[in-house]
Design a protein around this ligand. Structure first.
Ligand code: SF4
Ligand code: SF4
Length: 472
């Protein structure tokens, strides 16, 4: 029985409800009046139900699809302006006891080098990340209670926050580790994490169990209910995601939105972010073995439909995707991207030789952070290193209400300019610096409140004189 308010996985992600949703979407994929009505509702920017969004995803009417894409672009502009927040992943350990068939870290892979960073190695990695200009990272680790217990993760977070190298600082640590207990989530919250991220991989239970044949992750309910436990542990910013390519994307899309609806109806706050990774080639993983591969056009449609269905949720795309693909997705709704990423354990301080790679997947966008920053600005975006919200206590429903009223923009835009200036002064190449400083001057006039504009001007001058970490 489908019940978004239930805390049982199989009730809030009901297989029967998803099948009924897909049937409804299939039946209505050319139903022009219904599609018009859903688009009209989406224009109110209050979001769509999973059924409504599924109809848009399946829509086969070309003119309506164009409307969906341009609405996604408009919503993106209205809620996120031209800012793109930057982050980098930091892999702590690839020891893992699970058997996920699509990931090279599965425990039966005997030829991948296994590594776990010591606190000294973490310090070296963090300094390398700070020297690139990063302020926000996502830590990643395999699941292994012996090698990577929660104490190791907590100690690592502490180390990361403690390192201040030159003007550098990691100001927000998001955490992507295996599903765990309420007690451990509480400890993560106390350690000062930003978002807790956990990809569902696939919402389809039988596929989930087949793709996760062994290890604690095999337990579908425990994994699917992880965000509930995170919320109960006090973490109110959580990040959802599926690994597109493992199952029919329409099924995953409906499941993802049902998960968001569940969080909203039980905890009063939907997901902080949604990530959209696709299956990638890696050691022992051939994407051709996954029959549900999603092509670029379908992928763009998925991103556009997520944007109109959950306008307040940030959307993340990683360097799994190529520069060209990322460029298209930025227009359609993506608000956060990684840059200069290494997906191996310890790859920032010292890049690994190719034949000894401990990487989780092949990176498609290999550009440096400076190149990514410049590219964004040339496309008309403001690269932002902002981490202000959770540090100002703007999390969970407090954050969401600011988002829904549009007031958050009064913080995001000035913070983007201030953190970009820090980056330009400390880390940018001369060419990037020149483009960036011009951009900041032209964006200053877009701050509507004259008082705020003046404060930003003063703070920019202070940053040039050496002060750091201003925020609204
Ligand atoms: S996806 Fe995560 S849990 Fe699964 S094998 Fe890879 S690191 Fe381990
Ligand atoms: S002000 Fe908050 S929502 Fe806006 S970019 Fe900064 S952290 Fe994100």
């Amino acid at each position: 029985m489908y019940d978004p308010k239930s805390t049982k996985a199989e009730e809030f992600i009901s297989h029967d409800e998803i099948l009924a949703t897909l049937e409804y979407a299939e039946k209505n994929k050319r139903n022009s009046p219904l599609i018009d009505a859903i688009i009209e509702k989406a224009k109110e920017r209050k979001g769509l139900s999973h059924r409504e969004a599924a109809v848009l995803l399946c829509c086969e009417l070309e003119d309506k699809n164009e409307e969906i894409f341009s609405l996604a672009e408009q919503i993106k502009k209205d809620f996120y302006g031209n800012r793109i927040v930057l982050f980098a992943p930091l892999y702590l350990s690839n020891y893992c006891v699970n058997g996920c068939v699509y990931c090279p870290y599965h425990y039966t892979n005997k030829h991948i080098p296994r590594k776990k960073l010591t606190q000294e190695e973490i310090e070296r990695e963090v300094i390398a990340l700070q020297d690139m200009g990063h302020k926000r990272i996502a830590i990643e680790s395999g699941e292994d209670p012996v090698n990577n217990p929660i104490e190791y993760i907590l100690e690592s977070i502490n180390t990361i926050y403690s390192i201040k190298h030159k003007n550098g600082a990691i100001r927000r640590v998001n955490v992507n580790i295996a599903a765990t207990t309420v007690e451990n989530y509480r400890k993560l919250k106390e350690a000062g994490i930003g978002t807790y991220v956990l990809f569902q991989e696939t919402y389809k239970k039988d596929s989930y169990e087949r793709l996760h044949p062994t290890g604690p992750k095999h337990n579908y309910a425990y994994h699917t209910e992880a965000m509930d436990r995170a919320m109960q542990g006090g973490i109110d910013d959580v990040g959802l995601g599926v690994l597109f390519g493992l199952e029919d994307y329409r099924y995953e899309f409906a499941g993802l939105l049902m998960h968001a609806e569940h969080l909203e109806s039980v905890y009063g706050v939907g997901p902080h972010t949604i990530s959209v990774p696709r299956v990638r080639r890696a050691d022992g993983v051939d994407p051709r073995c996954f029959p549900h591969a999603v092509d670029d056009d379908t992928f763009a449609k998925i991103v556009a439909c997520i944007r109109v269905a959950v306008p307040y949720t940030g959307m993340i795309v990683s360097t799994r995707e190529s520069k060209e693909c990322r460029e298209q997705l930025l227009h359609l709704g993506v608000s956060q991207i990684s840059g200069g990423s290494r997906t191996s354990v310890g790859g920032y301080y010292e890049p690994e030789p190719e034949d000894e790679s401990s990487a989780q997947f092949e990176v498609h966008d290999n550009r440096t952070l400076d190149e990514v920053v410049r590219w964004l600005m040339e496309l008309g975006y403001i690269p932002s290193f902002c981490t202000a919200c959770y540090r100002e206590g703007r999390t969970g429903d407090r954050f969401m209400s600011l988002c829904k009223s549009g007031q958050i923009q009064n913080c995001c835009h000035p913070n983007a300019l201030l953190t970009l200036r820090e980056y330009l002064d400390d880390y940018a190449s001369p060419e990037t610096r020149e483009i960036g400083n011009r951009l900041i001057m032209s964006e200053l006039v877009n701050i509507p409140n004259p008082k705020v504009r003046e404060i930003v001007r003063e703070r920019l001058t202070s940053i040039d004189a050496g002060a750091r970490d201003f925020r609204f």
